[in-house]
Write a new protein. Structure first.
Length: 507
């Protein structure tokens, strides 16, 4: 696969360009993203589905601009897909031929099931989930996929889209109450076509409507983390909010904390969203910032892996380590560091008593512990924190992202950075557990930096931690003395100090 791959997604409402750069077989990151509200399907639903000149013009100029960007970024592979607006339009194929002739760009029109499959490939690989129903509400269709045990079981495409509903119902000069009634009946008739096995307590929100609503809910609930991907909420907690939006006038939409650029179709989108959630019996929502574009990319890059990352691989971790290579990158040393942490976590269970539920997050943090030194050794722990907060995008819950990042922020004496802990406290472990995790992380780093492949064992009895090493730990001893502890206890270091005799120096 090309190192840089450009993906263009032409929807009924927007056209988007993303460029991904591969850092290794399983590592990749986004280096460019552009969007234009082309509304290529505008006016089509009232004209027997035919694309109209204003939308065609906007689409052409957008694609022309995208190609200039792709050339600038030197992406060697371009994949362009188009969804419902072009597949529904009688003149859609004519548009594709025209673009190929004028711009040299090949457009692949995909059906609704393929669109749903792409969204599901992205969701099951880049979100922390094994099952659920993906819902991608576009301008012309709503594409749905059922995921069970990490496998795409089935897909379906409904003729329900924001632009379609807007032109069929919301643009008519009738009361909002009547508009909602007629639109809801239309949606429910379409939902009757959905196979009965499309039921799940977990809905996966893909696309502009789901993301806009999640952002509004984050604002309403004063959610502490400004990260949309993997944001979760319980539907019952926000039922009134979700039901009020379709009934609102356009002027009053600002009170819902929604972005202005979504005002034109958010009422239609929310009505579809509410009805689908009810129909599939969803109880909770997890928000996805990935969708068709990432699915197209992953279909190419995971061809040899049955469209799934190996269980031991997290693409965000892989990409971070590829780009922010630790100054010491020796596999044996990394394994020794993880072994030290695991032994300490197990030894302190009598005090922590958490069944080692954060073991995975602790080990992820230790794998990333030196990434900040790539920028500079000064305040490297702060750099590591910021890198992790921005780059741990895929496969982690928000709680995991915060715990890993805050462990990376710990350094030297302190076990807790109070402003950060207080800010994110609702999403973090209890203070007692966090202090112990921070202590284990920091002690592991101190021992690992000074151990030189030493064999280290631990024993914790009678509020005394004994550290036994077959090699000197001289540099670690002084730092360990000054290290804050979660509770008062003694630390004894039994190492092999080797001091050569020298009579002249009195040794």
């Amino acid at each position: 696969m090309a190192k840089r791959t450009a993906i263009i997604d032409i929807g009924s409402n927007s056209a988007r360009l993303v460029i991904f750069e591969k850092t290794s077989r399983y590592g990749f990151h986004l280096i460019c993203e552009q969007k234009s509200k082309v509304r290529i399907g505008e006016g089509a639903y009232g004209k027997e589905g035919y694309l109209q000149p204003p939308g065609i013009k906007r689409a052409f100029l957008t694609l022309q601009s995208f190609l200039h960007t792709i050339e600038k970024y030197q992406a060697h592979k371009i994949l362009c897909v188009a969804t419902s607006a072009l597949r529904d339009a009688p003149n859609g194929k004519l548009f594709v031929k025209w673009i190929k002739k004028e711009l040299g760009l090949s457009i692949k029109i995909i059906n609704g099931n393929k669109e749903a499959t792409y969204g599901a490939i992205a969701a099951k690989n880049l979100l922390p989930l094994d099952e659920g129903i993906t819902i991608d509400i576009g301008g012309g269709s709503s594409d749905i996929a059922l995921i069970k045990n990490g496998t795409i079981v089935d897909t379906y495409s409904l003729n329900l889209g924001t632009v379609r509903l807007k032109e069929l119902f919301f643009d008519k000069e009738i009361s909002l109450k009547e508009t909602n009634k007629k639109a809801k009946s239309y949606i429910q008739r379409e939902l009757e076509k959905l196979p009965a096995h499309f039921k799940s307590s977990s809905a996966i929100g893909i696309g502009g409507t789901a993301r806009t609503l999640s952002k509004g809910i984050m604002k309403l609930s004063e959610y502490p983390l400004d990260k949309l991907h993997a944001f979760q909420y319980e539907i019952d907690d926000f039922t009134e909010y979700l039901k009020a939006i379709p009934l609102s006038s356009a002027k009053n939409l600002k009170k819902f904390g929604l972005k202005k650029n979504r005002y034109d179709t958010i009422r239609e989108g929310t009505l579809i969203w509410n009805e689908i959630l009810s129909h599939i019996r969803a109880k909770s929502v997890i928000t996805s910032s990935v969708g068709v574009r990432e699915g197209v990319f992953l279909e190419q890059s995971l061809k040899q892996d049955n469209l799934k990352f190996p269980s031991s691989i997290n693409p965000s971790i892989t990409s971070i380590l590829d780009r922010f290579k630790p100054y010491i990158n020796i596999e044996a040393k990394k394994k020794n560091k993880l072994k030290i942490a695991s032994a300490l976590y197990k030894e302190f269970q009598g005090e922590i008593n958490d069944r080692q539920q954060y073991h995975t997050e602790l080990l992820w943090a230790l794998r990333l512990s030196t990434i900040g030194k790539t920028l500079t050794i000064y305040k490297s722990h702060q750099h590591a924190f910021y890198i992790a907060m921005q780059e741990l995008n895929y496969g982690f819950t928000h709680k995991q992202i915060l715990l890993i990042s805050l462990l990376l922020r710990m350094h030297g004496k302190e076990l807790l950075h109070k402003p950060l802990f207080q800010n994110f406290e609702p999403l973090l472990p209890e203070k007692k557990q966090f202090l112990w995790l921070s202590f284990i992380y920091t002690l592991t780093v101190l021992l690992h930096e000074s151990s030189n492949h030493a064999k280290i064992d631990f024993s914790y009895q009678n509020r005394t931690l004994t550290i036994s090493s077959d090699k000197p730990l001289y540099l670690a001893k002084e730092k360990i003395k000054n290290l804050e502890k979660p509770i008062p206890f003694a630390i004894i270091v039994e190492d092999k100090e080797k001091l050569p005799q020298n009579k002249e120096l009195g040794l």
